[in-house]
Write a protein that binds this ligand. Structure first.
Ligand code: CP
Length: 337
C-alpha cells in the first residue's frame, strides 16, 4: 500500500480538508483523553531548519496520542544528506536520502520533515526537490513540516483559527507582504492563500511588484476559491487590499529576481519598509484580526502595538497547531489510514 503522505494543502481532497479541521476541533475539546489511538506508533521529526512551534506541538501531539517521537535535528549529529540522484557524493553529504529513509522506514511509522527553500533557484524550489526525494522513496508517511513551497500544518491551523474567531463566517482576508531583514521562502503565504481560498473566503493578496508568488499555487487557489464560493485577487495596492479586511495576514518573502543577490534583496526591501503592519492597517475596530505564523520580527514586519493588541491572534494560531497535528497524525499514521 502507498504511504499516506501529507506534503501540501493542494493535495488534500475536500473531504480530507474538512475532515481534518473537524477532527482538530474534536481533539481540542478532549483534553488529556485516556485513550491513546497511536499507542505503539513512532514518529521521527527531521528538522533540517530551526523550529519552536512545530517541534513543540508535534512532540506534544505524539505524547497525547500515545505515539513515541524521535527528534532528528540537523546540526545535532545528523549526517549531512544528499537528496539528488546520480551525483558522486564527494562533498559534505555523507549519506543519501535513499539509505537514510530506508533505515528510518524500518524503525518508524511516519516521518515529519522540515526542509526550507534554497532561495537560489526559483524553478528548483518550485519542484520542492528535498521533500519529494524523501516522499518518493519512503515506505512510511511523510508529513511536511514546511517545505520550499508549502506549510500545510500552518495553513490548516490558520484556517481553524479564522473559523474559531469568525464563527465560521466567510470573510475578507488580506494576505499582505511585509518587509524583513532577509529574503524568506514563500511556503507560508502559499499556505495562507490556499487555506483561505479552500475555506471560501474573499482573499486579497497584496505585494510590491516583483514579489509574485508561484503561478501554479495561485492557479490552484483560484480553483479552490471558485469551488468554495470564495475569490482570489492579486494587487500591488496595499491600501486597497486592507480596506474592509477582517483578517490581515502579514508575511515576508523574497523576490525571485533577487535570489542569490543579498544587496538587491536588501535594497528592494528597504524601498518597501512602509509595508510594515501598524495599527492604522486594522481599522475595522473589534472585527479585524492580525495573523502571522511566527516567529515575527517586531518593528520590522509589524509594530509592537499591533502584536500587543487584542486584535492579534498569533498565539491562537500557534496553539491551533496542536489540535491540527493530532488530526493529521491520526490521518496519516492511524490504523484506519
Ligand atoms: N510557524 C512555525 O512553523 O513556527 P516554527 O518555525 O517555530 O516551527
Amino acid at each position: 500500500m502507498t504511504a499516506r503522505h501529507l506534503l501540501s494543502l493542494r493535495d488534500l481532497t475536500d473531504a480530507d480538508w474538512n475532515g481534518l479541521l473537524e477532527s482538530a476541533e474534536r481533539h481540542a475539546a478532549r483534553k488529556a483523553p485516556d485513550d491513546k489511538p497511536l499507542l505503539g506508533k513512532r514518529l521521527g521529526l527531521m528538522l533540517l531548519a530551526p523550529s519552536l512551534r512545530t517541534r513543540t506541538t508535534f512532540e506534544l501531539a505524539c505524547l497525547e496520542l500515545g505515539a513515541d517521537c524521535v527528534h532528528l535535528p540537523a546540526g545535532d549529529g545528523l549526517w549531512g544528506l544528499e537528496h539528488r540522484d546520480g551525483v558522486a557524493m564527494d562533498g559534505t553529504a555523507a549519506e543519501h536520502v535513499r539509505e537514510a529513509v530506508g533505515v528510518l522506514g524500518r524503525l518508524l511509522d511516519g516521518l515529519g520533515l522540515r526542509c526550507f527553500a534554497g532561495l537560489r533557484d526559483a524553478e528548483l524550489d518550485a519542484r520542492d526537490p528535498i521533500l519529494h526525494a524523501f516522499a518518493e522513496v519512503s515506505p512510511m508517511p511523510v508529513l511536511s513540516l514546511e517545505s520550499a513551497m508549502d506549510h500545510p500544518h500552518q495553513g490548516l491551523a490558520d484556517a481553524l483559527t479564522v473559523r474559531r474567531r469568525k464563527a465560521g463566517r466567510k470573510v475578507r482576508t488580506a494576505v499582505v507582504w511585509a518587509p524583513h531583514v532577509k529574503a524568506l521562502p514563500m511556503a507560508v503565504p502559499h499556505a495562507a492563500v490556499t487555506a483561505f481560498a479552500r475555506e471560501g473566503h474573499e482573499v486579497v493578496l497584496a505585494h510590491p511588484e516583483g514579489f509574485d508568488l508561484d503561478e501554479g499555487v495561485l492557479a490552484d487557489a483560484k480553483e479552490f476559491a471558485a469551488a468554495s464560493g470564495g475569490s482570489l485577487t492579486v494587487t500591488h495596492d496595499r491600501k486597497k487590499a486592507l480596506k474592509g479586511a477582517e483578517v490581515v495576514y502579514a508575511k515576508a518573502w523574497g523576490a525571485r529576481a533577487d535570489y542569490g543577490d543579498k544587496d538587491a534583496a536588501a535594497a528592494a526591501r528597504s524601498i518597501h519598509a512602509d509595508w510594515m503592519v501598524t495599527p492604522k492597517d486594522l481599522k475595522r475596530g473589534d472585527d479585524a484580526v492580525f495573523m502571522h505564523c511566527l516567529p515575527v520580527r517586531r518593528g520590522v514586519v509589524v509594530a509592537d502595538e499591533v502584536l500587543d493588541s487584542p486584535a492579534s491572534v498569533v498565539l491562537d494560531q500557534a496553539a491551533a497547531r496542536l489540535d491540527v497535528q493530532k488530526a493529521t497524525l491520526l490521518h496519516c499514521l492511524g490504523d484506519a489510514s
